[in-house]
Design a protein. Structure first.
Ligand SMILES: Nc1ncnc2c1ncn2[C@@H]1O[C@H](COP(=O)(O)OP(=O)(O)OP(=O)(O)O)[C@@H](O)[C@H]1O
Ligand SMILES: [Mg+2]
Length: 271
């Protein structure tokens, strides 16, 4: 891995701790949907093995910016992304980048659990198969088991791996989607409101999992639940009307926000 440090922009200056690698460095990122300027001049550094929460009122651009990080916006007609986004120092929008490979490095978990209409086993084996990551059936079996264990689901499904993935409970399906994401050994996992369709118990399991996954992956999570942001993240980015209004240590954002828009949001004055 390239250990490259991009000079931090003023907005991100105080967010770079000594000794931690910058995983994602975004500079002056703008997104337009046709004439709509959805996000404006975003500068942010996301450090390796850190959980970063994106919070802010509905429509402020959280999902839009998240999708910039693995070029999921490329799939949307009329969506134009500009600016500079580097993953380990490498421009992810360079024409030489293989987008399929990028999305294997930067996996995604969506709001609504979306297992493929396949067995539990095949859901997890899908990525390793298409990327040719396993040389033998034994290796694939081991990868499926490791991923399901990593997602905290193995004990619940080990005796029914051939059953359909969409026959699991909502919380189990979301952990299956996390297992599917980690099966290809990504470096970063993007999660867009991964718990919004889950009950408190399933949410607790996913949150616990996020804390464990942080040891191996960098995680960016969009959430509307501020307690969740406070529980799972080390840094929090507050978006407002397409701007990154404030970014810093989660504790500071929630106890001593510098921006009055952040203050208004976290104290429930709007949003
Ligand atoms: N595919 C799209 N086409 C056109 N406009 C879009 C599209 N996706 C998002 N937008 C617009 O871009 C802005 C940012 O939307 P985005 O979905 O990123 O917000 P969000 O912060 O994720 O909101 P929420 O919390 O409701 O999920 C909004 O004004 C939205 O209407
Ligand atoms: Mg969203």
């Amino acid at each position: 891995m390239i250990n490259l440090r991009i000079p931090a922009s003023p907005a991100a200056d105080d967010t770079v701790a000594a000794g931690q690698n910058v995983k994602f460095a975004a500079r002056d990122v703008n997104v337009h949907y046709g004439n709509k300027h959805a996000i404006r001049g975003i500068d942010i550094d996301i450090l390796e093995n850190e959980v970063v929460a994106f919070i802010g009122p509905s429509g402020c651009g959280k999902s839009t910016f998240l999708r910039c990080l693995n070029r999921m916006n490329d799939t949307l007609d009329g969506c134009k992304v500009s600016g500079d986004i580097r993953l380990d120092g490498e421009d992810i929008y360079s024409p030489s980048v293989d987008v399929v490979h990028l999305r294997a490095r930067v996996g995604m978990v969506f709001q609504k659990p979306n297992p493929f209409p396949k067995s539990i086993y095949d859901n997890v084996a899908y990525g390793p198969r298409i990327h040719g990551l396993c040389a033998s059936q034994d290796e694939l079996d081991a990868t499926v088991e490791r991923s399901l264990r990593g997602a905290g689901l193995w004990n619940e499904v080990k005796d029914r791996l051939a059953d359909p993935g969409n026959g699991l409970s909502g919380g189990q399906q979301q952990r299956l989607c996390i297992a599917r994401a980690i099966a290809v050994e990504p470096e970063v996992i993007l999660m867009d409101e991964p718990c919004s369709a889950l009950d408190p118990i399933a949410t607790g399991l996913v949150e616990q999992l996020i804390d464990e996954l942080r040891r191996r992956y960098t995680i960016v999570i969009v959430t509307h639940n501020m307690q969740q942001a406070a529980r799972v993240s080390q840094k929090t980015a507050f978006f407002h009307l397409g701007d990154l209004a404030e970014f810093g240590e989660t504790e500071a954002i929630f106890t001593n926000p510098r921006d009055e828009r952040t203050q208004g949001y976290i104290t429930g004055r709007y949003g």
